[in-house]
Design a protein around this ligand. Structure first.
Ligand SMILES: [Zn+2]
Length: 476
């Protein structure tokens, strides 16, 4: 009798295609002998165009993905569903089924400051640092990260790499929404709201790491702000501790020409060479931006196996420059896409980045054939997983990987017609086309509705807090 739920769900799918199929399905039900051989599963996704992003980059038309617990246990054509008896069936309704996207660099908590002082020169010192000094608290970090996590979840981001103050409070929000987070505690040499100096924030990071080290969704780590804003001896401590705890280090690197020139003058080294001299460049290191890097820096980053976060929208909005991300991708570096914080790039979904990544690299190279959509989707998925050294379990839809899956609907006018799904995703889709989001086998967004938190409540909390932000901002 337990066969019925699957039969019913399959017939629903078939009914849309042909009434004959439904009839065949119903007629086949007396053959209960085969039923016992069906394999139990938690979820079957049917009727979608599956972009596997596996090593062959296989696309399966009318494909099926089977999930049990938090893992993908099968990926195949439409007949695959027949082998399973699932608790839940999701009809993708001809949508694009893809791996969850990975945002390799952000500061989710900063959503509370979004749209403030957008185009002011030297904004970091004039607005961001003074605002943070007066406004950042555990409450702000939680609230901003909650809001940011909702935006990411609804935009198809399933994993983020975050760096901020009071990072443990951010982690609580990320976990509540049900996303994966590589959450790195910010460390900087100035006094901040969460520590009087780097030593205090390093201690804060260690306590956070010890508490969350074995968490299923949260990977805690160190977030030294940048090579020029953290003292060398503190970077050495971070290097030693990241080895000891085997945790990630995320850092802004080679973000401005000024930073590059400063290190050349002061140390006779590029920022990348300087960090390597401290021993920080290794498989735990995620370099955000990496705009001002030489060819030998790129070779060194590859040799040291570091990850790179390419934040195109934030980089061009701040007029900093276009990173050699195309060369890094083609040279085989571990490179993914990032949004940077919502005061820099303003949005937190990765779909919104993809079109800019494709188009700006074409413009910079004066060649429309470079950075085709497939490369961009690679960076958004498996590339991001490689950048965080989790490509053995994330970034593609393959048997044995963690069940982080996104369905992008194709019923909206902007999504039709579809001759090339990668082109549609990169050039015409937007975050609002994301229909279903699954993280670690749990459905957190379904039919475009967040299931893990009341979105109206989150908005009201933000609106209340923003009144306080406006009062402080008016005094700067
Ligand atoms: Zn940043």
């Amino acid at each position: 009798m337990t066969l019925w739920p699957l039969m019913f769900s399959l017939s629903v799918v078939n009914m849309k295609k042909t009434p004959l199929a439904l009839a065949v399905c119903i007629l086949s039900t007396p053959v209960m002998g085969f039923a016992a051989e069906k394999i139990a599963a938690d979820m079957v996704i049917t009727n979608g165009t599956v972009l596997t992003m596996n090593p062959n980059r296989d696309i399966i038309e009318n494909g099926v993905i089977v999930v049990k617990d938090n893992k993908i246990i099968n990926v195949g054509d439409k007949t695959t569903a027949d082998k399973y008896k699932a608790t839940k069936t999701i009809d993708a309704n001809d949508g694009i089924v893809m791996p969850g996207m990975i945002n390799t660099h952000t500061h989710a908590a900063m959503t509370v400051f979004r749209s403030l002082a957008d185009d002011v020169p030297d904004r970091l010192n004039r607005y961001i640092f003074p605002l943070e000094k007066r406004m950042v608290s555990e409450e702000m970090s939680y609230l901003g990260s909650l809001h940011g996590s909702i935006e990411m979840a609804k935009g198809g981001v399933t994993t983020m790499v975050d760096m901020y103050l009071f990072e443990e409070s951010s982690a609580q929000a990320v976990k509540q929404i049900g996303l994966r987070g590589i959450m790195t505690q910010n460390i900087i040499r100035f006094p901040t709201a969460d520590g009087k100096d780097a030593k205090e924030t390093i201690a804060r990071a260690v306590s956070f790491i010890e508490k969350y080290k074995d968490d299923e969704l949260i990977t805690p780590g160190f977030g030294p702000h940048a090579p020029h804003t953290v003292n060398k001896e503190d970077l050495e401590t971070i290097k030693t501790l990241s080895d000891k705890y085997d945790v990630p280090v995320s850092m802004h690197v080679a973000e401005t020409e000024k930073e590059f020139n400063r290190f050349k003058e002061q140390y006779g080294m590029t920022p990348i060479e300087y960090l390597d001299s401290i021993g920080l460049l290794n498989k735990r290191f995620i370099a955000a931006h990496a705009i001002f890097v030489t060819d030998s820096d790129i070779a060194l980053m590859k040799k040291r196996d570091v990850g790179v976060a390419h934040n195109m929208v934030a980089n061009i909005k701040s007029a900093k420059g276009i990173s050699p991300a195309l060369k890094m991708h083609d040279d085989g570096l571990r490179i993914g896409l990032g949004t940077d914080g919502p005061m820099s790039g303003n949005t937190l979904d990765i779909i919104g980045q993809m079109g800019y990544v494709a188009k700006l690299h074409k413009l910079a190279n004066k060649d429309r054939s470079v950075m085709p959509p497939l490369k961009v989707v690679e960076m958004a998925t498996i590339g991001g997983a490689r950048a965080i050294h989790r490509d053995d379990e994330l970034g593609s839809l393959e048997t044995g990987k963690l069940a982080d899956i996104v369905i992008v609907e194709t019923q909206s006018t902007n999504m039709q017609p579809i001759f090339n799904p990668y082109s549609v995703l990169v050039y015409s889709a937007n975050a609002a086309n994301v229909d279903t989001v699954i993280v670690n086998g749990q459905v957190i967004v379904e039919n475009k509705i967040l299931k893990t938190f009341d979105e109206n409540k989150a908005r009201e909390m933000m609106q209340t807090f923003s009144k306080k932000v406006a009062e402080i901002a008016a005094t700067l």
